[in-house]
Design a protein around this ligand. Structure first.
Ligand SMILES: [Zn+2]
Length: 192
């Protein structure tokens, strides 16, 4: 397993549509393992392959909360086959939009069809945070970030701040200054 670099917005690769995997072979399983390791290290509760620059329809999740405990889940070619009319609102974060959080409304319950680590077709009924996470990750496979669900005013403000932070980090690196430690104060919200 290997920890991969997580891309952050605005990176053009995060806006691309990912391709389905032909089958869950050794290469895809390796990708799943690397994604889980990268997600745990971040730390996050979900990760999609395009977030590490791989444009394949693969996502991983592991939610460990009082109300939801899933253990590691890997999904290839996930698709939503049923969604509730009722919405739920969660404050979402994203490993590719570090340190920004915003309320996003999505269907409260969804059913997802996918291929598991052995390549078998599975269906999973999701609600609560799991439903939010799965939909957030599938959005990544279509080049959509949670900030695309909020007002353009707020989105542009977040993107400007991310660009500024990146430029400052690049300048500090060029000047040989040590990197700023990652702030983890909002870890509890769960970056996905
Ligand atoms: Zn995300």
């Amino acid at each position: 397993m290997a920890i991969r670099t997580i891309l952050t917005a605005p990176d053009p690769r995060l806006k691309k549509k990912s391709k389905p995997v032909a089958s869950v072979d050794a290469e895809v399983r390796q990708l799943m393992d690397d994604m889980l390791e990268t997600m745990y290290e971040a730390p996050g509760i979900g990760l999609a392959a395009p977030q590490i620059g791989v444009l394949k329809r693969v996502i991983v999740l592991d939610i460990d909360r009082e109300d939801v405990k899933t253990g590691p889940i890997v999904l290839a070619n996930p698709e939503i086959v049923e969604a509730s009319d009722e919405d739920a609102i969660y404050e979402e974060g994203c490993l590719s939009v570090p340190e920004h959080y915003s309320d996003v409304a999505r269907p409260a319950r969804v059913k997802v069809r996918y291929l598991d680590r052995e390549g078998a077709t599975q269906e999973m009924a999701c609600e609560g945070l799991l439903a939010t996470c799965v939909q957030h990750e599938i959005d990544h496979l279509d080049g959509i970030l949670f900030i695309d669900h909020i007002s353009s005013l707020k989105r542009n403000m977040i993107l400007r701040k991310l660009l500024k932070a990146r430029k400052e980090a690049e300048r500090d690196e060029a000047e040989g200054k040590p990197a700023k430690p990652k702030t983890k104060k909002k870890e509890a919200a769960g970056a996905i």
